[in-house]
Design a protein around this ligand. Structure first.
Ligand code: HEM
Length: 264
C-alpha cells in the first residue's frame, strides 16, 4: 500500500476564489480574444468562413504526390513577380530617354535594387519553367479530360499571357539587347497569317518602334496582363476547388465498394 502524499505547504496551495472573482487575464489571452472577436465580427457580416472551409477542407484523391505542387508553385512564382514588380515600378520610368537610366539606377543605387531586379528577372524564367511542368503534369495525368476541359482552356490562356509578360517585360530595360530582341519578336509576329501585320502594328504602336512602343509595352506588362492573369487564376482555382483534382492514372478506380449492385 502507498502512503498518501504529504500535504502541500500553505504558500503553494491555490487560494479558493471568492464569489465573483475572475481569473486574472493574461495579455496574450487578450490578444487572442481580440483576434477571435474581429474574425467573428467579419464572419457574421460576410459568412466568409463557409467559403474558406469550402476552399481549404477538400478531399484529395489517393496517390496525390509532389507533382501536384507545380500549380501552387506557379502561383507562388506569379505572386513573387507581382510583389517585386511593384517595387521596381516605384523607380522605373517608361520613357525612351529615361528607361535605361532608371533601370541602371535601380541596379546601382537603390537599396536592395539589384536584388529585387534580379528576383524579378530570374523569377520570370522560374515561372515559365514551372508553368510548363504544371502543364506537363496535368497532361500526363489526363487531367484535361471531362469535366476539366474548361480548366485546361483557361490554362492555355494563362500560358499565352505568361508569354506576353515575358515579351513585354524584356523590352523594359531598354538596352541594346532588349531593344533589338523586341524588334525581332515584333517582326516575327508580323509574319503571322492574316492577323500578323495588325498584331505587329499594334505591338509597335504604329509602323515604327518608338516612344509609344515602350509605354504600350509597359502598360500591357504591368496593368493589362497581370490583371487578366489574376482574374483567370481565380477562375482556374475555383474550378480546381469545385471539381477536385484528378487521381494519378496508375491508380484504378475502386469498384464494388457497396455502391454497385451485385449481378448474378
Ligand atoms: C499562372 C498559371 C497557373 C496557375 C497559377 C495554376 C494553378 C493550378 C493549381 C494550384 C492547380 C491545383 C492542382 C495542381 O497544382 O496540379 C491547378 C490545376 C489544374 N491546372 Fe493549372 N495553373 C496554371 C496554369 C495552367 C496551364 C498552363 C494549364 C494547361 C494548359 C493548366 C491546367 C490545369 C488543369 C487541367 C488542372 C486540374 C488538375 C487536376 O484535376 O488534377 N494550368 N492549376
Amino acid at each position: 500500500m502507498k502512503l498518501p502524499l504529504p500535504p502541500l505547504p500553505p504558500a503553494l496551495l491555490p487560494r479558493p476564489k471568492r464569489p465573483g472573482e475572475a481569473e486574472p487575464v493574461k495579455p496574450l489571452d487578450q490578444v487572442k480574444e481580440a483576434g477571435i472577436a474581429t474574425a467573428d465580427w467579419v464572419d457574421e457580416r460576410t459568412s466568409l468562413s463557409g467559403f474558406a472551409r469550402w476552399v481549404m477542407f477538400r478531399k484529395v484523391p489517393k496517390g496525390t504526390n509532389w507533382f501536384y505542387t507545380f500549380g501552387s508553385a506557379t502561383l507562388f512564382a506569379f505572386l513573387s513577380q507581382a510583389v517585386t514588380g511593384v517595387f521596381l515600378a516605384m523607380y522605373y520610368d517608361p520613357s525612351i530617354t529615361h528607361a535605361y537610366e532608371s533601370a541602371r539606377h535601380i541596379t546601382n543605387e537603390v537599396f536592395l535594387g539589384e536584388f529585387v531586379r534580379g528576383m524579378h528577372k530570374w523569377g520570370s524564367s522560374v515561372m515559365v519553367i514551372l508553368i510548363f511542368l504544371h502543364m506537363a503534369r496535368t497532361f500526363l495525368f489526363g487531367a484535361y479530360k471531362y469535366p476539366r476541359e474548361l480548366n485546361w482552356l483557361i490554362g492555355v490562356v494563362l500560358l499565352i499571357l505568361t508569354f506576353v509578360m515575358s515579351l513585354t517585360g524584356y523590352l523594359l530595360p531598354f538596352d541594346q539587347r532588349s531593344y533589338w530582341a523586341t524588334v525581332v519578336a515584333a517582326n516575327i509576329n508580323g509574319t503571322g497569317p492574316l492577323v500578323g501585320p495588325f498584331l505587329a502594328d499594334f505591338l509597335r504602336g504604329g509602323s515604327e518602334f518608338g516612344a509609344t512602343t515602350l509605354s504600350r509595352f509597359y502598360a500591357i506588362h504591368m496593368l493589362l496582363v497581370p490583371g487578366a492573369i489574376a482574374a483567370l487564376i481565380g477562375a482556374h482555382l475555383y474550378l480546381v476547388t469545385k471539381l477536385g483534382t484528378t487521381a494519378p492514372p496508375w491508380l484504378k478506380a475502386e469498384s464494388g465498394n457497396g455502391i454497385r449492385e451485385e449481378r448474378t
